[in-house]
Design a protein around this ligand. Sequence first.
Ligand code: HSE
Length: 351
Amino acid sequence: MTVYNIALIGFGGVNRALAELVAKRNTLWERELGFCLNIVAVSDLRLGSVVSPDGLDPRMLLQANFAPGGFGRLSGGRSQADNEMIIKSAPPDIIVEATFTNPKDGEPAVTHCRWALKARKHVVTANKGVVAFAAHELNTLAKAGGLSFEYEGAVMSGTPVMRMAEKTLIGTRVMGFEGILNGTSNFVLGRMEHGMDLSSAIKEAQALGYAEADPTADIEGHDVRLKVAILANELLGASLKPKDVACEGISRLSSQDINTAINESSRWKLVGSAIRGKDGVVVGTVAPRRLSLQHPLAAVGGVTNAVSLDTELLGSVTIAGPGAGRTETAYALLSDIVAIHADRSKATAAA
Ligand code: HSE
């Protein structure tokens, strides 16, 4: 039986959801996936850190005191977040990076991932900032060390858009994509179609927990811009930085624009897209677009995300599913660990 020792960096909603899955499903995973997970360390800027080379009981972690410095009261705990020591120290095989997304430069999560790979640990993350700003550097570092750096959850949480394009659709080139990549703005547009004004719809999205801490990132397209850069680099082999993606959000759409579209059998959607031109240059864009009701993205409602891939041999292939959520994103991290396990098993069989 393979046991992976994991360290959780950040203990917000996503890594707590992963700890919940470990508590409930480790035995099932042993049977069905061929491995189980042993949490040997957790670190969180607010809560502090806790380490046990033999493993921490996930149920105990979930019942910890979540006041600032609360981990200091646990055995093996401290009220400070010892990220560097935990990432570089011996016990973990895999670092699960789930700190906050920094949309400006991806830090400090980029540094966490760099430390981990240099210390010869595999890394899984759902952090958009890390992947949008540093995927190339971190992939190179991982490859040089024979390690894995996996990040399915950076776009559309556990909905496997990157693995579908890279693994399932292998053999047919992806020439471009267009997608609904932000649940909040899609939800807001839907509420506006039902007569609500923009600011009330944003408040509702915040109350339901969909919006980013600063909803400007959702409404003005900045969140989608990160995701377009990630997908363009990953699926189209581009080298786009988020600032290279032209970006316009939905704040300039009026109720009249929304109603006119409905009366003319169409609807507004915030679309993130990228296309490889004949000259080989990849151009990424985020903009509101009026889609006819026949368009595969037009029927995607609420907070659901979807991406239509333009493929060489199959034409348009669309995948739709959750784009956010604690458990949905924790599932993405699990799927990344499954990918690491498959790679390790293949390498062991070949040796
Ligand atoms: N605020 C984002 C959304 C979360 O609404 O889709 C996922 O990136």
